[in-house]
Design a binder for this molecule. Sequence first.
Ligand SMILES: [Zn+2]
Length: 367
Amino acid sequence: MKWSFRLFTLAGTEVRVHATFLLLLLFVAGQSFLSGQGLPAALESTLFIITIFACVVLHEFGHVLAARGYGIRTPDITLLPIGGVARLERMPRKPSQELVVAICGPLVNVIIATVIYLGFGISAVLHPGYDFLKSGNFFEKLMMWNVLMVAFNLIPAFPMDGGRVLRALLAMFLEYGHATRMAASIGQGLAMVVSIYMLLNHTFQPMLLLICFFVFMAAGQEAATVTQQEVTRNLRVRDAMLTDFRSLPFESTLRDGVTLLLAGSQQDFPVLDAHGSGMQGMLTRHDLISALAEKGPGHPVVEVMRPCPASTQPASELTQALEILSASDCTALPVLDPIDGKLVGLLTTENVGETLMVRAALMKLRA
Ligand SMILES: [Zn+2]
């Protein structure tokens, strides 16, 4: 994730923090400092927020350890102001496994709250007006926060754990893609109902509205990803790669790039390496035009191109290659021959989109 920094690595999982989370810390500390409670209150609030996020990390490790039990690794966890995001290598496709992985996060918060409840004998009731920013009652606030996290995460909508629980339950009776789309629609419906309720009752809560917006987007995203995975399943890179493309030799100048750009409809050109077979980088139309104005047509393309270190092979799975493409900064993923490393194709999102459209049309024809 962009704008995130590594904090530490625990049991093979990198814990990262997003820049916006640091802003949240500043905001909370500043707010309690300015509210006239002074420095001790500001320190206490900051300490409370940090403890809360330690709970978020533990919650995420609940998911991580459960996933590890099924042989799924988690490369990293990112802390955002709305909570943590564990990037699992893959989601377990078996509904019972997804259910366990989804539940083990909130379960950690249940354990923390129970330990505080039993250990300190604190009891309190969570209500909408509960003030987490008031000073004092550190453990009561911590217990309440963990209860809130359980409640929040069990809302049956993506990206909350409850959304995954719902999908897993539906997938026990329905086909996986169908279950995902149904769970996504339920989440989006819920977000709509809450938003409309706020509108009609004039109880405008910016934070809640933001969450509704997030839920709406995330649900659509989840459904789209699964649908794409369904269509691309069993497809190889060679089925969707671009094979008819022009490339630039290593020693080309921007003038050569312009000639190719004007000669056809291709916009981004691979720059070959010194041997003339592998790929060194990518010259995009945008970079070409801006460099042309600054440096002139005689400038070498190797100084303007973007390096594209990631690559794939014709026989690789398309789904995996698309993940590599979306994680890279390049507009196209070079497809290299596994034996001699020669550039044999380019994988671009447009071309994959066209392949999928053709495939969908043919599937309709057959049906
Ligand atoms: Zn969770």
